[in-house]
Design a protein around this ligand. Sequence first.
Ligand SMILES: Cc1cc2nc3c(=O)[nH]c(=O)nc-3n(C[C@H](O)[C@H](O)[C@H](O)COP(=O)(O)OP(=O)(O)OC[C@H]3O[C@@H](n4cnc5c(N)ncnc54)[C@H](O)[C@@H]3O)c2cc1C
Length: 326
Amino acid sequence: MAGAYLYRLMKVDGIDSVVLFDEKKTNRCGHKPCAWGVAPVTEYRRLVGAVAEPRDYELKHSDHIIIDGVRMKADMLTIDKARLISDLVGGDVVRHDRPVGEDFDRIIDATGVARAFLEPTRGPEVIADCIQYRISNESDLGMWFKTSGLGYEWCFPLGNNEYHLGFGNLAARVKDYRPVETGVPPVSLSKIRCKCNSRVRLTSPFHSQPFVSRGKVVGIGESIGTVGPLGADGNLYAMQSAEMLLDHWDDLEGYSEAILKRFDWMRKERKVLDKLVGGQVPSIADARTFVAHGKRIGIGMGPVEALRLFKKAMEGRRIPPEEKKA
Ligand SMILES: Cc1cc2nc3c(=O)[nH]c(=O)nc-3n(C[C@H](O)[C@H](O)[C@H](O)COP(=O)(O)OP(=O)(O)OC[C@H]3O[C@@H](n4cnc5c(N)ncnc54)[C@H](O)[C@@H]3O)c2cc1C
């Protein structure tokens, strides 16, 4: 997301001397991670509107979401992210080898959780395992989240009776998750079109420093931790960081400062996540941190609901990971 978006922004600015690299994807659809939710819609349209027609990629808009059975106001959209990325790249050559021994002015590390070119993060890292299924189902499954210990399940409608059903968790054995067993409502396994395993970095930018290595390797997106630690949302922040790099192209120190400032809320969320993982009881202030995240992406959640979700996470935390893995 971050790399393709930056590439297109640069093209629009008339910068043509960019070489694209990507890993060969081995999963069925050829795209990874299949994370197609964006919020708020206005920010999605602003970002994509700078380089393409955002409505061309919009699949399903939802003005509400069900979280643990409670209906909350929302402003969420699913987009055809695979097609968007493909259009941003625009059929240009993408190399699948490694840029070894070549002299580039700058190397952009937009490799997400892999962080393949920057030096390791200052850490400590927090990375969650995820699994996601693409299914079809005749009845409307809606858009929902269901907390499950140190993680959650989700259902995102993609239109044409198709859905992404997924599960991400810091403690449970994610690979064992089957939507047919735990989905709401239950789903027939015969309706599964594909599935893939992936990981998401919840470390936060603060703990993902440095953002610049060896003077010319610069990170954008999830490689530098621009993902909400409590929500695991990162699509729009990946694009925002790409936009910010272009704004600070000749001032990488300013870029790092701007990333830390804009995404300081992720540092605060990381603190709350550390508490939950460590088994400490979250405070009202922690609940407000989560509520602020909801507000930022258009979810109308109050502190009482936030505390209830934390309580569920704490209950899940009490199950030792080893026991879950057994
Ligand atoms: C299952 C799942 C569901 C998610 N759902 C959502 C959601 O609904 N909404 C949301 O906002 N966020 C979601 N996220 C988070 C979101 O997907 C990421 O934060 C976002 O994609 C980050 O964008 P990025 O461009 O930084 O990295 P990525 O999208 O991960 O892209 C990294 C790219 O780098 C390439 N790469 C890796 N290693 C190398 C290498 N050595 N050389 C060259 N290329 C390499 C990869 O092939 C990939 O193309 C989800 C994450 C997961 C795992």
